[in-house]
Design a protein around this ligand. Structure first.
Ligand code: SAM
Ligand code: SF4
Length: 329
């Protein structure tokens, strides 16, 4: 699938639920209204839509959410999708998770062909972790990470940089990732969804974080690309990689190879824009996938050249009202 700007769309991120067992401050409001079940794609529908994308040329699928591992019977979907890995049509089936349920699922995920998991972890201090996630248990996540490692999964840590919240934890996280042999990615807060408290207060430019890290660590730019918007450096002291995702200060759109599907079947061709295509209607219209495939092809033809995020003091409202847990981070 080649879009109008010549980019080969080979990567689909799929949110399988808007629900989560955590309530991270930057992601969700304390009391969220979750979607009625009938609006959310069934596991069978998720399999059909993912399989249609694979037929059309998607080679990498990332399952995300909300928290994908709290969706009931989620392993059914992984088991189904594994057939595309076996046929060679799909090169990678990956997962983004908060880690809380990993101890339970890591071995089965590996058995389905999952090799890489991104675990979100914003602090290694149990008290602070509970505060950021509004009640998350760090010990449970650490246990999940350890079982994932033992099961042969490659773990990458995602950390959202939050001004005045976990600024001082970045250094500790980088050391720990070095010891564990994990790559790490720092993410700037993005203006998605209505939450309490402004984004301007949480926004911490990664240029500043990098400058601070460079007082202690030897960071050298490298060419490594994970197929995403992260720019990577090598950490001299640990040999590990550190990625920076800076959607607000950098333009990564020119190499964007991805689209995102919400748990209700809306396809977003760009994380930073409102335009979406409804794939649930063609999915539910009939059992043949021809209407679905035409809808996907028509949507890719509308993929925009770039996004338009803005957070500034004159414009403190979120640029987009949907939450990351709906679109899939
Ligand atoms: N629950 C899983 C997790 O936390 O990894 C998967 C879904 S979560 C929405 C995916 C990623 O998006 C996480 O790394 C999270 O930190 C990040 N995220 C959520 N809201 C964000 C925001 N407003 N700005 C930047 N990153 C955000
Ligand atoms: Fe849940 Fe992930 Fe959002 Fe945190 S970032 S509330 S773990 S979906």
């Amino acid at each position: 699938m080649i879009d109008p700007f010549g980019r080969d769309v080979s990567y689909l991120r799929v949110s399988v639920t808007d629900r989560c067992d955590f309530r991270c401050h930057y992601c969700m409001a304390e009391d969220m209204d979750f979607l009625p079940k009938a609006e959310v794609l069934t596991l069978e529908e998720l399999d059909r839509v993912c399989s249609a994308f694979v037929r059309l040329g998607v080679e990498k699928l990332r399952i995300t959410g909300g928290e994908p591992l709290v969706r009931r019977n989620i392993m059914w979907l992984f088991t189904r999708l594994a057939r595309h890995l076996e046929s060679g049509d799909l090169k990678e089936l990956a997962l983004t998770t908060n880690g809380s349920q990993l101890a339970r699922f890591a071995a089965d995920l590996h058995a389905c062909g999952v090799r890489r998991v991104n675990v979100s972890l914003d602090s290694l201090d149990p008290r602070k972790f509970a505060e950021i996630t509004r009640g998350g248990d760090l010990e449970q996540v650490m246990q999940g990470i350890s079982v994932a490692q033992d099961s042969g999964l490659e773990v990458k840590i995602n950390m959202v940089a939050l001004k005045g919240v976990n600024e001082d934890d970045v250094d500790t996280m980088l050391s720990w990732c070095g010891e564990q042999g994990f790559d790490m990615t720092l993410i700037e807060v993005m203006p998605l969804g209505e939450i309490e408290g402004g984004r301007v207060e949480q926004y911490l430019p990664l240029s500043l974080v990098r400058a601070r890290l460079e007082e202690r660590w030897t960071l050298s730019d490298i060419d490594h690309r994970s197929g995403g918007p992260a720019r990577y450096v090598k950490v001299g002291e640990t040999g590990g990689r550190l990625g920076f995702i800076t959607p607000l200060t950098h333009n990564f759109c020119e190499s964007c190879n991805r689209v995102r599907l919400t748990c209700t079947g809306q396809l977003y061709m760009c994380l930073g824009r409102e335009d979406s295509a409804d794939l649930r209607a063609p999915l539910r219209q009939d059992d043949s996938d021809s209407g679905l495939e035409s809808a996907i092809i028509a949507a890719i033809a509308r993929k925009p050249e770039g996004h338009d995020f803005v957070i500034d003091r004159r414009n403190p409202e979120p640029a987009l009202v949907r939450h990351m847990s709906v679109t899939g981070g």
